[in-house]
Design a protein around this ligand. Structure first.
Ligand code: 5AD
Ligand code: SF4
Length: 491
């Protein structure tokens, strides 16, 4: 018996399997297809990877495959990989070693994503049972690659590198959350920061037209999605190939779609961050009060060495635009400690920047040398002990800042979108427009609000990483009408 993770909502799973022949019927009871094609996919890394997997799943389902949640039940095992830091890459090879035990079982293996692009055919040498190695810039050719797999080929590559001008637009996206969904608006990266592998693994910057983004957003709104996150490695470097809209205008246009209540965008690059983005957020209530603007370092000389092409002051000017906004816009960032040549004085500049900006969250990483990047060969490397120490100091300081800064929400009423129920703690978990987790309780006897609904919450306590509150009496919706199926294939 198969445990199905998800199936196309237009189909009804009959719940039985004879050997590896699974019958699927349509809603009228007619047998549509007899398939023995099952796949398992595991995803590592960023939101771009998570959303790529949703598109890969949708594409495979369109090709007649069924996703299963246990690799033992899968004919095809896919691994969507991340190589942003060495640790992430090591995980891939560790996992591939585990696959080894299954190689005699007639299964096929594929490695997708950034490690696939970075390592290319070397993966076949390290793991000869792998049949498919494909980077994200080649996913538009996935149906052809899958057909070749089915024909028994066993060294198929999709390694487009920086050649392609095309984006991976597919109608067949299997979104795993019926309320909140991603839309990729720009793929790849042309910035070539000295530490970063992404320009080598995800290809050159390619933007989708505003028309195709808006069609996808409207379709999602029609299906009941209320929260849309626009995605790109540098989302605000998006340039409309049709020349119609600026990035800020695109945000506003998505925010004005009927039914959409929240629009987020990630990740932004300071170099392309313009004042009209802040003005758009101020003017459009559906644009979330949150900007993730990675600074990487507070030291101008480190920023120069990293090829970020802005200075501390230039970055702080963008922060002053956000601080001057009418809305309380939450700011978050990524930072790297221990980049080659980082002195105590440079690191101190990063620490003082934390206080100057007052971020609501910082994702800090120890510098990890990556293949092909200019930073690999840079002198003055920092010891791992010193990197660990700087990371600890940074995280401790940031925690202090968050403890103080989150206190501004005490006594406020914050609208949350319900994400999950935590019966063990008697709490419900929601998310605010600022992307903060809000854990709250209901009055006794009040039924749990449905996942995906929105509620005003009175904040009674604040922590460094979350808010705690109580639902406001009488505000619980008796029911919501989520139009979307739990899993949706757009076609
Ligand atoms: N070492 C450490 N952190 C890195 N990042 C990107 N490349 C590296 C690297 N080589 C971090 C940056 C980026 C985030 C996604 O990962 O902070 O913003
Ligand atoms: Fe990497 Fe820099 Fe591109 Fe971001 S902007 S993906 S850090 S090269």
């Amino acid at each position: 018996m198969l445990t199905l993770h998800r199936i196309n909502p237009h189909l009804v799973w009959l719940g039985h399997a004879v050997a590896d022949y699974h019958q699927i019927c349509d809603v009228r009871g007619d047998i549509l297809i007899g398939v023995s094609k099952t796949f398992y996919i595991e995803t590592f890394g960023c939101q771009m990877n998570a959303h790529d997997s949703e598109k890969v799943i949708g594409t495979l389902e369109h090709e007649g495959y069924i996703q299963v949640s246990d690799e033992a039940e899968a004919g095809l095992i896919l691994y969507n990989t991340c190589s942003i830091r060495d640790k992430a890459e090591q995980k891939v090879f560790h996992r591939l070693n585990e696959y080894k035990r299954m190689q005699g079982e007639g299964k096929q293996f594929g490695v997708l994503g950034c490690v696939a692009q970075q390592e290319g055919e070397r993966i076949f040498e390290r793991a000869p049972y792998v049949s498919l190695v494909a980077g994200s810039a080649s996913y538009r050719n996935l149906p052809q690659m899958i057909a070749r797999l089915e024909a028994g080929e066993n060294r198929i590559t999709g390694l487009d590198d920086r050649q392609t001008d095309q984006t991976f637009d597919t109608e067949f996206t299997a979104r795993s959350n019926p309320h909140r969904g991603y839309i990729t608006i720009i793929e790849g990266c042309d910035k070539f920061c000295a530490y970063c592998v992404v320009p080598y693994t995800r290809g050159k910057e390619r933007s989708r037209t505003s028309a195709s983004v808006l069609v996808e957003a409207r379709r999602m709104a029609d299906q009941g999605f209320t929260d849309i996150q626009l995605l790109g490695q540098n989302v605000n470097s998006w340039r409309d190939p049709s020349g119609r809209l600026s990035f800020a205008e695109l945000l506003t246009a998505v925010g004005n779609i009927s039914g959409i209540r929240r629009v987020r965008f990630t990740t932004s690059h300071p170099r392309d961050f313009t004042l009209d983005i802040v003005e758009a957020i101020d003017a459009t209530p559906t644009l979330c009060d949150h900007i993730h603007l990675p600074v990487q370092s507070g030291s101008s000389s480190m920023l120069r060495a990293m090829s970020r092409e802005y200075t501390r002051d230039w970055y702080l000017e963008r922060m002053s635009w956000i601080h001057a906004a009418k809305r309380d816009i939450s700011i978050t960032s990524d930072m790297i400690v221990g980049f080659p040549g980082e002195t105590d004085a440079d690191f101190e500049q990063t620490i003082t920047l934390l206080g100057a900006v007052r971020y609501d969250a910082v994702f800090a990483f120890k510098f990890s040398p990556r293949p092909n990047t200019p930073a690999v060969g840079m002198p003055d490397t920092i010891s791992d002990e010193l990197k660990t120490e700087r990371l600890r100091i940074l995280n401790d300081r940031q925690r202090e800042i968050q403890r103080e800064h989150y206190a501004r929400h005490l006594g406020q009423t914050v609208e949350v979108m319900i994400e999950s129920h935590n019966p063990a703690r008697g709490q419900i978990v929601g998310r605010s427009t600022q992307n903060k987790t809000v854990n709250f309780t209901l009055e006794p006897g009040v039924p749990d609000p449905p996942i995906g609904s929105y509620l005003p919450i009175h904040i009674t306590r604040t922590m460094p990483n979350c808010l705690i509150g109580e639902a406001i009496a009488g505000s619980i919706p008796s029911q919501t009408t989520p139009k979307a199926q739990p899993f949706v294939v757009l076609n």
